[in-house]
Design a protein around this ligand. Structure first.
Ligand SMILES: *Cc1c(COP(=O)(O)O)cnc(C)c1O
Length: 425
């Protein structure tokens, strides 16, 4: 579609947006008494107005029932987490038995690597993206050391080519091929947090499998952003957090996916805890771990119900909106943003912004990364003074995430006017 950089046009897109009513379900933070333009949903998603009630219900049940709430709360805590797989299965494209909600993202990454990174003398390498999110880098490095190996030898990073910002799929696939005999695990962030690049998950997975390696993805920036088909793509495992696009509150409970073909494989090593134990006999407290024959078998601890209540509030909104509708709108918002920023670049005397997010439909979601060629930090600070909450990444990138649940095309138009004004003065 042909976009126009005008307030009427932006308002027209909003008026025709079937998801426009969802914005009103969220609290939009104020800056100087006015609604901010909130573009940091990829860092911390906004609070649904329903979250308080969901959490309050659990606090009330705790007050009323004490320990009996495990079985007598309105949503008994013993089985509280069981509501999530069916809701998340539509968001990540997996069978319910392949999904479990538990722990935090980096914890889940370690638990899954305990099962799926099993280096042997010949096959011990991990292939990942260069400049992965720091927590992932530290997880890979410490896993390698845990097995008594040297990270400098065992971790192969695929980088963008000289002068480019995104990693070419062909380079990922050829690296996997080149190291096929030594590779134990291929693991990528599905959406790179810095550039917003969406990786070709099915192609990477099949190349990893051809090399006889396992393949996993960190979906921190993908879940609730882009369409996913984890089961169909034959991915071995994945994990994600719930506080970014899934709006489930700071440090909210995370999720994990383990492909069906692995969930009952009792040859896989795993780090066990009582909440992963067969439900019918869990309270016999017997010796000898018997895992639940679903992804739940990877659980360690009893469920953090207050955090799960916030998660449920948000996932009920996703259910109503539909993940495919959200993914389509997210791309559209990004496209409009790219269009507006292109226009701004075209009228400036010198180019100030390099847009490093791929233009290709398949390689982007609802994030646009602006590499600032000049005065990046000053522009970023000025944005905040003008009511825009964006995200700064060293050394010089401003990340903008227009989120389909609560951002509008008008937000993008107004952002464009603010950016233009800052750059011209
Ligand atoms: C946000 C993010 C994390 C954060 O990890 P936590 O364990 O939730 O603190 C890790 N990895 C990636 C790729 C992320 O985007």
């Amino acid at each position: 579609m042909n976009f126009i950089n005008s307030i009427e046009f932006a308002k027209g897109l909003d008026a025709n947006d079937a998801l426009k009513g969802f914005r009103n379900k969220f609290y939009i933070p104020l800056i100087n008494g006015k609604e901010s333009i909130y573009f940091t949903g990829n860092s911390l998603g906004l609070q649904p107005k329903t979250t308080q009630d969901y959490v309050l219900d659990e606090l009330e049940d705790w007050a009323s029932f004490g320990v009996e709430g495990h079985f007598h709360a309105r949503q008994p805590w013993f089985s509280y987490h069981e509501v999530f797989p069916s809701l998340l299965s539509k968001i990540v494209g997996a069978w319910p038995e392949e999904i479990v909600v538990m722990n935090q993202l980096t914890v889940n990454l370690h638990l899954l690597m305990a099962s799926f990174y099993r280096p042997s003398k010949e096959k011990y390498k991990i292939i990942c993206e260069a400049k992965a999110f720091p927590s992932d880098q530290y997880a890979f490095e410490s896993q390698v050391r845990f097995h008594g190996l040297d990270p400098d030898k065992a971790i192969i990073e695929v980088s963008p080519r000289e002068g480019e910002h995104c990693i070419r799929t062909e380079d990922i696939l050829s690296t996997i091929k080149q190291h096929a005999n030594e590779t134990a695990l291929v693991i990528f962030g599905a959406v790179n947090y810095y550039t917003g690049q969406v990786f070709d998950m099915p192609a990477i997975t099949s190349a990893a499998h051809e090399a006889g390696a396992c393949c996993g993805f960190d979906l921190a920036h993908a879940t609730g952003n882009i369409e996913l088909h984890l089961h169909e793509w034959d991915i071995d495992f994945a994990c994600w957090c719930s506080y970014k696009y899934l709006n489930s509150g700071p440090g909210g409970v995370a999720g994990a996916f383990i492909h069906k073909r692995h969930i009952t494989d009792d040859t896989l090593p795993r780090l066990a805890g009582w909440w992963g134990y067969e439900k019918a006999t869990r309270f016999n407290m017997d010796k000898g771990f018997k895992p639940i024959p679903t992804a739940e078998g990877w659980q360690l601890s009893n469920a953090p119900v207050l955090s799960m209540a916030a998660h449920k509030a948000s996932l009920d909104i996703f259910e109503e909106a539909g993940m495919d509708n959200l993914a389509a709108k997210g791309k559209r918002l990004s496209d409009y943003l790219l269009f507006i920023l292109d226009e701004i670049n075209a009228v400036l005397k010198e180019k100030m912004i390099e847009l490093i997010t791929p233009r290709n439909e398949k390689e982007k979601g609802c994030q646009v990364s602006m590499l600032m060629l000049k005065k990046g930090k000053e522009v970023f600070e000025a944005l905040k003074q003008n009511g825009v909450l964006a995200d700064w990444r060293e050394p010089n990138v401003i990340r903008i995430a227009p989120v389909p649940l609560y951002n509008s095309f008008e937000d993008i138009y107004r952002f464009g006017e603010i950016v233009k004004n800052i750059l011209e003065h």
